[in-house]
Design a protein around this ligand. Structure first.
Ligand code: MN
Ligand code: MN
Length: 467
């Protein structure tokens, strides 16, 4: 009897898939490296609250790691490191490999835009003794989450004369913060009866900018005037300059450790800068690859990957085509032999909301990088759906590099859904699969990730580039 049981147990060990916690499987000696990596990541997050800042911070890290600006027609050889900024809003980097580009490239693609509150073209007005800024939310925002949260203003203004000025209100030590105060519960009776999605009017997401009037009791619009006066002193702008500006209200706090055991990271904008940083750092640390390694940090994913800086833009094709020109290869041949890891976050199983997950097909914290064969909504609608061969390839690559990984779906079928840049890469005739860090509270002003998963995603990216 006992012997039979042992035989079954042995057979189980042979046949069953093990889903152990990553901490039980990870080599103890890699824990300090994981923390060091995560410290660098948190620092990057604090410097990268918008896609523009993410590009800037990435370029400065790239330069430290030997990357130089790509010039069309430059001569390139194995080991060369180049980058090309697309209008300061998305970034493409490459480490030239030893093999011809016609054999394809290995791509890590992540996005560096995150949900936030953008200012409207005519944002400034006054009411109730306040100066206020009207906003238009960007991406999949749960509006109630942005109330009574300290905010800062970041962005770029192009002034009348064409000169540009950077805004980082709240970014410097000692800076004031901004806020959209929530309704007091005492007077929220009617609002509390509304469905959650309708409780906050998007036109009421107005940021409180100031409350002190311009010191001239005879003047009109004294609150608006006082605000413009300060903005003019600080940034040299007039009201009309808002018309040529990209100003974003983002949460004002820095990235921090979460949990008594410091096993997690809490921060704004982890979707998808957590994968953006992994894709970047993986490229920096990859050994001179066989196939050329390419990292792309895309903008506009949260609103459909459109536009010149989105993943649908031909800017990417142009960059790869330019590399092909430099190295005597053909873009289409290169694409059909290429592989892309679309690095984007997945939904981490949340025990407070178990109903929206299929527990057997969810990503759990500390299981490593989470592969996603398909995204989409309902019946995989809108997904590029990686093939068995592609899944087989990435399995081998990750296992060879001792990367902890799992496979997951976003949530229960028909619970909702979502997409990434994967389909836009796959549409280019590039074999593509999604993989990334599971996130709690995705798209909220304070997203949470597991450090082990962040680190494993970095190792996964590195392995893909070195494959
Ligand atoms: Mn994302
Ligand atoms: Mn997102």
């Amino acid at each position: 009897m006992t012997e039979e049981k042992t035989a079954a147990k042995l057979r189980q060990e042979e046949l069953f898939l093990k889903k152990e916690n990553g901490y039980d499987r990870m080599d103890e000696t890699s824990i300090p490296a994981m923390h060091t990596y995560c410290d660098g990541y948190k620092q990057y997050l604090d410097n990268a609250k918008t896609e523009r800042e993410a590009v800037k911070a990435a370029i400065s890290l790239a330069k430290e790691n030997g990357f130089v600006p790509f010039r069309r027609g430059m001569s390139l050889k194995a080991g060369d490191r180049v980058y090309a900024s697309n209008r300061g809003k998305s970034l493409m980097l490459a480490v030239i490999g030893t093999r011809p580009l016609d054999e394809g490239v290995n791509i890590g693609a992540a996005h560096i835009d995150s949900p936030r509150l953008d200012l409207k073209p005519y944002p400034l007005f006054e009411d109730g003794g306040f100066s206020l800024l009207k906003t238009h939310y960007y991406g999949g925002v749960r509006k109630y989450q942005w109330l009574s949260v300290p905010l800062e203003l970041r962005g770029t203004i192009i002034r009348k004369d064409g000169s540009s000025v950077e805004v980082t209100l709240g970014g410097e030590p000692g800076d004031p913060f901004l806020v959209i105060p929530d309704l007091l519960p005492h007077l929220a009776k009617a609002q509390s009866e509304k469905p959650l999605g309708k409780a906050v009017d998007p036109e009421a997401l107005n940021i409180f900018l100031g409350s002190r009037p311009y010191p001239d009791t005879e003047a009109s619009d004294r609150f608006k005037l006082a605000a413009l006066d300060l903005l003019n002193q600080k940034y040299g702008i007039t009201e009309e300059d808002f018309l040529s500006a990209e100003l974003c209200a983002v949460p004002a706090y820095s990235a921090c450790d979460v949990g008594l055991d410091r096993s997690m990271i809490g921060a704004y904008g982890q979707d998808d800068r957590v994968c953006g940083y992994a894709a970047l750092k993986g490229l920096f640390d990859a050994k001179t690859p066989g196939k050329t390694a390419v990292c792309v940090l895309a903008d506009k994913e949260e609103i459909g990957s459109m536009g010149v800086s989105g993943m649908q833009s031909q800017a990417f094709d142009t960059f790869i085509d330019d590399l092909c020109d430099c190295l005597g290869a053909h873009l289409r041949t290169c694409y059909e032999n290429s592989f892309c890891l679309s690095a984007d976050v997945s939904a981490c199983f949340d025990p407070n909301f178990p109903d929206v997950y299929d527990k057997r097909n969810s990503s759990f914290i500390n299981q490593g990088v989470s592969l996603c064969k398909y995204t989409g909504t309902g019946g995989k609608m809108g997904a590029s759906d990686a093939s068995a061969e592609v899944m087989g390839h990435i399995r081998i690559v990750l296992n060879r590099a001792n990367v902890l990984w799992n496979v997951s779906e976003l949530g229960k079928i028909e619970a909702g859904g979502g997409g990434t840049v994967a389909l836009f890469m796959a549409n280019r005739n590039i074999d593509t699969v999604d993989a990334g860090v599971p996130v709690l509270g995705m798209h909220s002003p304070f997203e949470v990730t597991g450090k082990l998963d962040c680190y494993m995603t970095y190792l996964a990216m590195k392995a893909v580039y070195e494959a």
